[in-house]
Design a protein around this ligand. Structure first.
Ligand SMILES: [Fe+2]
Ligand SMILES: [Fe+2]
Length: 154
């Protein structure tokens, strides 16, 4: 997977994390059978932290839940596959790696793009995880203008 300009969403911390995601992904895709589990494990740990970071920003800004739910869904699959890889089923692990590339493209284009747009819009500070005083975090209906990026909001 090559880093592409389309992955650049303009929120520094998010872009850095996504760059790391691509690096981990590539290390895993190129891993020898002996190192596959180790790389899978590192990739999984990074993904937990990656999603957790976005989830914290979403909680802090009252962002709609569907993005968090999507993270949970993916982590549940990864956890299960991680266990199978640990037991020696690398095939399933390799299959998941293949699936995760189109998943990442689509997730960045939709949910992460919507979150990044929203965070920039409200002036969210990712360093302090806070919104400037007096700024509204979500509209009264609980929905974000332009949608939250999930299929239901399209
Ligand atoms: Fe992300
Ligand atoms: Fe995300």
């Amino acid at each position: 997977m090559e880093w592409a300009e389309r992955y650049e969403l303009g929120v520094g911390r998010m872009d850095d994390t996504h760059r790391e995601f691509v690096d981990h992904y590539n290390a895993l895709a190129a891993a020898t059978p002996e190192r596959f589990f180790e790389c899978f494990d590192a990739f999984y740990a990074h993904t937990v932290a990656h999603f957790d970071q976005e989830d914290r920003w979403m909680v802090a800004t009252n962002f709609p839940e569907c993005h968090h739910a999507e993270h949970e869904r993916v982590l549940a699959v990864m956890r299960e596959v991680r266990q199978r890889v640990e037991q020696g089923d690398a095939f399933l692990g390799r299959r998941l790696v293949e699936e995760l590339h189109p998943w990442f493209d689509q997730h960045v284009d939709t949910m992460d793009a919507a979150l990044a747009y929203y965070l920039k819009e409200i002036g969210f500070d990712t360093e302090t995880c806070s919104v400037p005083a007096g700024r509204k975090t979500a509209c009264d209906s609980g929905h974000v203008e332009g949608g939250c990026g999930c299929a239901l909001s399209a």
